[in-house]
Design a protein around this ligand. Structure first.
Ligand SMILES: Nc1nc2c(ncn2[C@@H]2O[C@H](COP(=O)(O)OP(=O)(O)OP(=O)(O)O)[C@@H](O)[C@H]2O)c(=O)[nH]1
Length: 264
């Protein structure tokens, strides 16, 4: 794709992201807005320098500058334009990175979102199949979270979700990947281990959620979570593995919550 076409496309993406009301609370939005403002400013500057350069041509003719002088002035103008253009290109690269980052992060907790989890599940699943390696996925659902919101307000609920996300990140192994699956549900993708080993990781997360010391007013929130664990079967699709984890999670809820179940 040609560079100006690509830039035009990025501009359209940025403008639609900025005007989309569903991104209004995204913490990256003000930074993106500012970056985009800078970028528009630079475009304006390039226009100005080009106009000045055009005007300069007439003036220099009128003043009958020597050929060498005119050449050197033009060269300086061109160098300036090249510098601005370099800066502009590197800003566009930053902008692109910020966009990519924003599209795979959960705005509330800062960890990966469902899109990122699905992408990673596809990659890890394909890798596990190709190399005949184990892969296990766990779904976590916060117990009776509705009552947390009802009793302490949505803000306290949000605070609890952020802390739970941090507790999960701190409890899993370096090469595990966790993200927010949606609402009060999280997912942990555990490459290279089977269900039994994954259960040890999950048990650590379960304990960490219970140990969270979050207060709303004078009350300490009593939080717990239920988990469904599924080890990928050979030849199984991503959604089949996730569905088995979901069914195991449902069993954990049904059996009394605050526990994990391993899918058969
Ligand atoms: N504060 C807050 N609440 C959320 C968010 N996303 C989902 N919820 C709430 O999570 C609650 C989930 O409730 P339910 O699906 O009924 O389940 P639960 O109360 O957790 O009960 P069990 O899952 O059966 O243990 C709902 O009240 C949602 O409003 C969020 O981003 N912030």
């Amino acid at each position: 794709m040609r560079a100006d076409k690509q830039i035009e496309q990025i501009e359209q993406t940025v403008e639609s992201l900025l005007s989309d009301p569903s991104h209004r609370d995204n913490p990256l939005r003000p930074a993106l807005d500012e970056l985009y403002g800078e970028f528009r400013g630079l475009l304006h500057q390039i226009d100005r320098v080009t106009r000045i350069s055009d005007r300069y041509q007439h003036v220099s003719q009128a003043e009958k500058l020597s050929l060498t002088e005119r050449y050197q002035k033009q060269l300086r103008q061109l160098e300036k334009i090249a510098r601005i253009s370099d800066r502009y290109q590197s800003m566009m690269r930053d902008l692109n990175e910020a966009l990519k980052e924003a599209s795979t992060r959960d705005a509330l907790t800062g960890i990966g979102n469902r899109r990122m989890l699905m992408e990673r599940m596809k990659t890890e699943s394909a890798r596990a199949e190709r190399l005949h390696r184990p892969l296990t996925v766990a779904l976590l659902d916060v117990d009776r979270f509705k009552s947390v919101n009802d009793a302490h307000g949505h803000e306290a609920g949000d605070k609890a979700l952020v802390e739970i996300a941090h507790a999960i990140v701190a409890s899993v192994r370096d090469y595990d990947l966790c993200g927010r699956w949606g609402g009060e549900e999280f997912m942990v993708i555990m490459p290279e281990i089977g269900a039994d080993e994954a259960a040890i990781v999950v048990e650590r997360v379960r304990q960490a959620v219970m140990a969270l010391d979050i207060t709303a007013g004078d009350t300490r929130l009593a939080l717990s979570a239920s988990f469904g664990i599924a080890e990928r079967r050979g030849g199984e699709s991503v959604s089949e593995t996730i569905n088995r984890a979901d069914t195991a999670l449902f069993d954990a809820k049904r059996d009394g919550r605050n526990r994990y179940k391993i899918a058969p």
